[in-house]
Design a protein. Structure first.
Length: 454
């Protein structure tokens, strides 16, 4: 880190003066064009202070005090309602483990909820009401359909970054003759889902995995281990992302063997990338930043606590405060320069989401009496298993990420259960990819341990 700060200082002060003029112009422009009605807050001080995210050994240690001028940027309202944003966070929260020895978690709430969006269109009664309440955050199915269609279309039409969003349904020909025509038309028109009617066999799992591998650009080569001959159908979502930074990290500024403080108290050595940004995120409890991908429509974000809150405790406190990750990012961006440090990493994660969804309050969908009556005439399916896998890799040039979700349904089978500050992500942090238009985190992850590098 010292190497990077020295490098920045050697550039001289002219760049900083020019940048200050530019920031002032941006602030004036924001004041004139802001649409959400929030006020710009400015706190001044005689002496600037550097804020670092060093690991505190005392959970009650004094938090860093910010004394530099703070300019909170005005933001526009997102087109996605706050309820669905909170639901994205809640899904992430219910996948986080309590113990530090567990693997790092990474999910795509967007992938999971899009997959369930297809399923919800085949539900009615109490089953649909429960999904709307606990998974959609109270959003009616009709509104969820509009949101998913808007986001999918926007992603697929992105010019500056590469997105692929794909949906498919596999039906067991031995169990049904096909989908209800109205249901098939709906999932095709809104979710652009293909439908495959095949007799389930050993080849079916290979066919599904090959489709997922293709749609995720090889980042998730295998989603399912097997397909049960008694399964009725599988609803599959796959997404892939490749985005280059709007401004790349300079490789000469990447410091090898930098210490990362793991959640369990041990340390690991990481390659820490460094750069200078024009803004950062600050609340009373959190410090972080966003970094644009090309075009600025999508952003990488990273947040860590000023004290020793774990990633799970960060999300729990966010929920308790009645806010969301989207709110924190959009309402607490400070227009002032920051030196940031971000470790390079590559992560693969997989989880069976049945328990997480149950903890959110979703039960009826997993019971034999589930009301998925609109999918096929004469069949009464219910959820057997929800499988979710993700991939995320980050480097000096950009990010590659992918996610895939499978919902398997069965029937008649009982299944058991102003002076730059310094922000260095050198202890557990939450990260992800934010859709700047909807303000929804498409990916959310937590990095608490760098295994194998201690």
């Amino acid at each position: 880190m010292k190497k990077f700060i020295t490098y920045c200082r050697q550039k001289g002060t002219k760049k900083m003066r020019k940048k200050s003029l530019l920031l002032n112009a941006m602030l004036i422009s924001a004041l004139l064009s802001g649409s959400c009605g929030s006020k710009t807050i400015t706190r001044t001080s005689k002496e600037p202070t550097t804020i670092t995210s060093e690991q505190n050994t005392n959970r009650n240690a004094n938090k860093p005090i910010q004394t530099e001028p703070t300019k909170i940027r005005e933001v526009k309202n997102a087109f996605a309602p706050k309820s669905i944003s909170s639901s994205f966070d809640n899904l992430f929260l219910n996948t986080l483990p309590d113990n530090a020895g567990s693997e790092n978690v990474l999910i795509s709430p967007f992938s999971v909820i899009m997959d369930f969006g297809m399923l919800e269109n085949g539900a009615e009664g109490g089953t649909l009401e429960e999904l709307e309440k606990y998974l959609n955050g109270g959003m009616p199915l009709s509104e969820l359909n509009k949101l998913m269609e808007t986001m999918r279309t926007s992603m697929m039409n992105s010019k500056d970054v590469d997105w692929n969003v794909a949906n498919a349904i596999w039906l067991n020909k031995n169990k049904t003759s096909g989908l209800n025509k109205d249901y098939q038309k709906l999932v095709k028109n809104i979710y652009n889902s293909e439908v495959n009617l095949v007799p389930y066999s050993n080849e079916t799992v290979d066919e599904i995995n090959e489709w997922v591998n293709k749609e995720t650009s090889g980042m998730i080569p295998k989603l399912l281990n097997n397909v049960n001959p008694t399964d009725f159908m599988h609803l599959i979502n796959a997404i892939a992302f490749k985005g280059d930074w709007d401004e790349e990290f300079e490789k000469d500024n990447t410091e090898k063997n930098t210490i990362f403080n793991n959640l369990d108290g041990t340390t690991s050595k990481v390659d820490m990338m460094h750069c200078e940004l024009d803004s950062y995120i600050k609340t009373d409890d959190l410090l972080g930043f966003t970094k644009d991908f090309k075009g600025g429509k999508y952003k990488f974000f990273a947040l860590q606590a000023n004290d020793n809150l774990t990633p799970k405790e960060i999300i729990e406190k966010t929920k308790k405060d009645g806010t969301s990750i989207s709110d924190i990012i959009s309402q607490n961006t400070v227009d002032a320069p920051a030196y940031i440090g971000l470790p390079k990493f590559n992560i693969d994660f997989g989880i069976k989401l049945n328990e997480s969804l149950n903890n959110m309050g979703i039960y009826k969908s997993f019971l034999p009496r589930a009301e998925f009556t609109k999918i096929c005439d004469g069949n009464d399916p219910y959820i057997n298993e929800v499988v979710h896998k993700t991939h995320f890799e980050i480097s000096e040039t950009g990010v590659k990420a992918a996610a895939a979700t499978s919902i398997s349904l069965c029937e008649n089978v009982v299944i058991a259960d102003s002076t730059p500050i310094t922000i260095t992500m050198n202890k557990p942090f939450v990260y992800g990819i934010l859709d700047e238009e909807s303000k929804l985190p498409v990916f959310i992850g937590e990095m608490h341990t760098f295994a194998g590098q201690k």
